[in-house]
Design a protein around this ligand. Sequence first.
Ligand SMILES: O=C(O)CCC(=O)C(=O)O
Length: 395
Amino acid sequence: MSTKFHDCKPDIVLFKRRGAHKLPLVLRKCVCRAFKQESAFHDQNRNRIDQILGKRRGSKPPRQKAPRDLDVQLLLSDHVEAGSATAVASTVSGNQNPFDAAASPRVLSDSQLLNFERLGHICTRSLLDGAQVTALHGAVQREADNRQLVALSHRIRVLLPADKHVPVHSKEQALRHLKRHSQELGFMQHFNLHREVQLIRSLVTSRRLASVAAQLLGERRVRVYQDCVFVKEPGFTPTNWHSDLPISPLDTNSFVTAWIPLRPLKKEGDSGLEFAEGSHRDIAVHAQKDGSSRDLSDRGYKIRSVGRMELGDVSWHHGWLLHYAPPQPLNSPPRMALAVSYFGDGARIRRAEWSGGDCMLEDKESYADWVGPRPGQLQRGAVARHVLLPVIDVR
Ligand SMILES: O=C(O)CCC(=O)C(=O)O
C-alpha cells in the first residue's frame, strides 16, 4: 500500500472537492495518506523553499495551515497509525462503559481493511476481554433460558408460517413440531437483549466494538441495527447460506455484523461461521430466484471457515456476504454466539419489500417496534433514526 500513494496525488484536489466519503474506503485511505505526506513534505521544506525564494526566516508570521476537509480530518484522526490511537482514545476518556474502560479502541491495519473490502470478512483476535465475555455469557444464558419458548414460537413462525398459531407449551413439543415439519431448525434466536440487559447494552454501544464497525464501513457514526443471540444445541442442523441485508428493512450497503462466540470454539467439532469470500461483491447472486442462492457450487467462491475462536475474538462479516454454519455436533456442548449488527448512520428504510418475501420474516420481530405506520414508528423511505437504534459517534 505505502508505495501506491504517489499514484493518487493528482486526485487530492478532486478528493477534497468531491468529498472523501464518496470514494471507496481503500482509495480514501490511500489518498488520505498521500495528502498527509504531501502536507508533511511542505512543512519540512518550507524553510528551504523560503531561502530559495530569498525570504528570511521569521520575517513573516508563520503561514496558517489550510483548513482541511472535514473528511480528511476524520480519516487522519481515525487513522490507523501511531499517534492516531491516542486521538481516538481521548474521545472516550471519562466514559464509564466497562468495555471502553478495559481497552482503548482497536485500530485496524491496512491489510484487515483491505481483506474486509475484498473478501467481506475479518476476525479481530482478542478484541474483547475474556473475563468480560464470560460475564456476558452468564447474562445471556439467563435471558435465553427465560425466553426459550418465545424463541421457539418465532422459529415456527419463520420456518412454518402456516403454523404460526400453533401454541407452544414446552421446548420438547416445539422441537418435535419443528423437526417433524421442517428440515431446517438451524438455531434459536433471541433478539435485542441490549434493550433489557445493561451489560449487553454496554457492549453494543461501546467504542471498543463500534469503532471497528465504523472503520470497516468507513463511517464516523454507526447505529446498532440489532443484537441477536444464536443458540445451536447439539444436533441442531446447519445455518443455511444467507446474507444479512435482505432480511433487514434497510436500504444500504453500509452494514456489518460482529459475531461473538460466548465460549471458545474448536476448529472442528463446533459450529463456527463459514463465508463465501467475495460474495458481497457478487451482484448477480441476488438475481437468483430466492435472492440468496443456496447452491453456491458453481459460483467459484472460496469457502473459508472462521476456524478456532478464543474468548474475546470477534468475527466480522459484511451485510451482503453469504455465510453459513455447519450443524452443531451431538457430542459438543451448545454453541451460543452474540451477533451485533451496525449500519452507517443516515441509511433509509427500503421503500419496497425485498422480492425474496418470506426471508423478511426472520428479523421482523426485531424491527417491528420501529418500522410501521403507528405514531413514533418510521415509514418506508424514512431515514432510519430512532431511539431503538442507538447511535455511536466514534470520532
Ligand atoms: O450463528 C449462526 O449460526 C448464524 C449467525 C448469522 O447468520 C449472523 O450472525 O449473521
